[in-house]
Write a protein that binds this ligand. Sequence first.
Ligand SMILES: Cc1cc2nc3c(=O)[nH]c(=O)nc-3n(C[C@H](O)[C@H](O)[C@H](O)COP(=O)(O)O)c2cc1C
Length: 352
Amino acid sequence: MDLDLRSSWWIRNVEIPTRLVLAPMAGVSVQAFRRQGRRFGAGLVCSEMVSCAGIEHRNERTLGYLRVASDEHPLAIQLFGSEPGTMAEAARMVEAAGADLVDLNFGCPVRKVTKTGAGATMLDDPDRACRVVAAIAEAVELPVTVKMRRGVRNGSRDCLVVGPRLVEAGAASITLHPRSAQQMYTGTADHALTAELASLVDVPVVASGDVTSRARAQAVLATTGAAAVMIGRAAQGNPWVLEEIVDGVEREPSREEIVAELLLFVRQTVRELGERRAHGFLKKFYGWYLGRGRFPRQFKQELVTVSSLDEVERRLLAAAPDARELVEELEADVPPGDEITLELPISIYGGG
Ligand SMILES: Cc1cc2nc3c(=O)[nH]c(=O)nc-3n(C[C@H](O)[C@H](O)[C@H](O)COP(=O)(O)O)c2cc1C
């Protein structure tokens, strides 16, 4: 029998109301993305990876990633780094910021990260990886979770050795993206490894990689024994896929719905990042959102070139005038800002 994707599961004392986790994605997983993900059925959302060195040096932009809104919970904030002491200190900040889980990135394959000994490189140094997990588990009350790849090199099965050791060191859940770091995003995620890992550890395992439909989600859950599936690229500009996977309702959103969701996303991102940063950041989202709804190609291309976000909004509303009312309704449902504010430079909270 298929698992009810709307059933809850637990990571220690944190209840996660559905079997879908929204993936951490650098350059994508802003608050607007996470809040939308929760609204459409993700039971758990995650920040993009946050640099422990950036936190240590009180880099303003890095500290901005520690903002948590009341409608995001449960939420994990993901850290990357390689020094147990620095990472434990950063985890304390994550706890103070109000996150429910602290997640560790042992999977990033990007050179900028791996050359510092962080990300997937941690899989080549299991002793260090265990010291990091143990130091954080000691430093905070929050459950510590780990997200990792199968190993660094193609064909690696290191995750099956490192995973159980990390659990012994204190990891309360493991997410496996069963590609090697060398593979980046080529080939396919080999969820036979996810099944092996799930059989070796007594904490919940989350399966990440190539889950794009309800049928695939059900198949991965049924064949791996994972507690949940993680959805990444399929949810870029497409929150409706989460609804489809979790509830089994296949529904093409109307043009107005698409524009309303995009407008809410734009407005929330401006509040989070400030107008100037949001302008560049949002460009990739236009193509992602407007891929459905039969918008003319030229319309999509022009949005990327206009000079202000006011103009983006004007053009979107001209293309779907009834979206105005819808976005107003969506905004009315957003809970009032009762974010936890850390003792940090004020500009962080002004969208700087
Ligand atoms: C643009 C992008 C950024 C990503 N950034 C992160 C990250 O910050 N931390 C992380 O653990 N994984 C990151 N990932 C990996 C995803 O979380 C996920 O494991 C991977 O995309 C496979 O899932 P999918 O096939 O559902 O996309 C990123 C992936 C993409 C495409």
